[in-house]
Ligand binder design. Structure first.
Ligand SMILES: [Zn+2]
Length: 154
């Protein structure tokens, strides 16, 4: 597991909130839903929460961030999860979870944000005199996150 520094964690939360357009608490911990890489739910206080499983590392977590933020933006109803279920970590996952009609629009929106952020990051890199291939993955991630944090609605 890659250690996650607080500054980047905070940036993840800001991006989720900005893209999703709602107040949300983002945490790096295994989601309650068994085998899920990330999960968006409403906790017992009524707060919106995104859990991202940190074990796959930052780059993977970034993909999960975009996907869950898309759900946050797209849906008005977010399923509640009880504190007991959150603590148990391992709610059986419905077999059809990935075939839910809610998934393709979230995937599409996440892909759109990702390619937009990629283009912006390339532009930023060039403006600073770097060739894209000279930039390491951490700087890429930061450039993408910073751009998404300030992304304007079209
Ligand atoms: Zn999903």
């Amino acid at each position: 597991m890659i250690p996650l520094d607080d500054e980047t964690k905070a940036l993840f939360q800001e991006v989720a909130q900005h893209l999703g357009g709602k107040l949300v608490y983002l945490r790096f911990r295994p989601p309650p839903l068994r085998t899920a890489e990330g999960e968006l739910y409403r906790d017992e206080n009524g707060d919106l929460v995104i859990d991202i499983d940190p074990r796959w590392g930052w780059v993977h977590a970034f993909g999960v961030l975009l996907h869950e933020s898309a759900h946050l933006k797209l849906h008005s109803h977010i399923a509640p999860v009880t504190t007991r279920e959150v603590q148990a970590i391992g709610i059986p996952r419905p077999a059809n979870a990935r075939s839910s009609p809610l998934e393709p629009p979230a995937d599409a929106m996440a892909a759109e944000w990702d390619s937009w952020a990629e283009q912006q990051a390339i532009k930023d890199a060039k403006e600073r005199g770097y060739q894209p291939e000279d930039i390491d993955w951490q700087d890429w991630l930061w450039l993408k996150l910073i751009n998404l944090k300030y992304k304007k609605d079209e």
